[in-house]
Design a protein around this ligand. Sequence first.
Ligand code: GLN
Length: 446
Amino acid sequence: QTFLDRIERLNPDLNALITVTREQALADAKSADEMRAAGKAGPLTGIPLAHKDIFCTQGVRTSCGSRMLDNFIAPYNATVVEKLKAAGMVCVGKTNMDEFAMGSSNETSFYGPVRNPWDVQAVPGGSSGGSAAAVAARLVPVATGTDTGGSIRQPAALCGISGLKPTYGRVSRYGMIAFASSLDQGGPMGYSAEDLALMMNAMAGFDERDSTSVEREVPDYTADLGESLQGLKIGLPKEYFGEGLDSEVAKVVEAAVEEYRKLGAEVREISLPNTELAVPVYYVIAPAEASSNLSRYDGVRFGYRCENPVDLEDLYKRSRGEGFGPEVKRRIMVGTYALSAGYYDAYYLKAQQVRRMIRDDFTRALEEVDVIMGPTSPTVAFNLGERSDDPVQMYLSDVYTIAINLAGVPAMSIPAGFANGRPVGLQVIGNYFDEARLLNVGHQYQ
Ligand code: GLN
């Protein structure tokens, strides 16, 4: 009730939630109370949360931030939704997001932008900007997000909260609306690393309905939170501290690294030589996969359908033309082009080869050090409208996060301080399936 009241009071200004499931939430909270009374409560029983509107929720609108799915009521739950529900969590609603998770500011949403609770002139980041703003404004203690190129970590950084992108395959993608399937990964967003660990205990694991989910035991992610960091080897990639990084952000990140030194960590410089290729490679691969995934929105089976089509082709063209916004169309055009006969070898195949080199950068570096640290984003939150006319400027918000998805390793953003009055995130990158270590590193700082 407290959280619902807070949502009612603050959400009209923030636009962080686009659906509030008040009645269902109150009923679920009651069942949670009964579980507690019966001695059957776990650590998450009765804790409210909100799901990014990319996760299918049975009987509730699942829009993916698009007009295309504005009328779509999901007939089933995503695995993540199902698992958190089974853990006793109470879903209070769905969060706003960039359309089909394409964006870094939440400004591409069909439902309008989200405002950053620290400064309502600023964007919250994206694409999981609604989830980040909702947690930052304490509308919910935790939320789910998805990260294809930075969409959990960058908004977490810009809103001063914590967010984890797990190893690709650690969390099921079943029922998570696809953007770029080889990069998409769901994860938790919350105040602290400890909250993320509790969420991960419930979210992670093999799912036979997701062919890329990994069959591997799920550890207790809270078990190592208290471990000492004495002797931890931290690598600072020199490419993450060069041109393009705001000097105030750099100071905050360097001060955070200094704290780790005091906690006993050894810090050394490393190199991720292919860093500058990550954004261009991503903007071939992600749109290519998106153009294929989004071909299912044809106006026939579900989603938006245009009025009075004259024939089938008119139905396709107008349904897609009216249902998708400009950023989604831009990606479909780029992706279709990159996959066309004659261009495939020059763009898509080439990008896949460079992707492998980027992955090798990380595996090599992580033989030398335990974790890699750097800024999550090169700047603090920018103002609404400031970058919306310049896609390349917008794409550069993700220079430090995108390579991680191309490699598939896990990474987390934790609050490191403030620059010019706006939050700064510290990014911590680890080896495959080393989420427990990342959470330990985050917890020791907090
Ligand atoms: N900002 C990046 C993009 O627009 C990443 C988005 C994401 O991680 N979903 O594609």
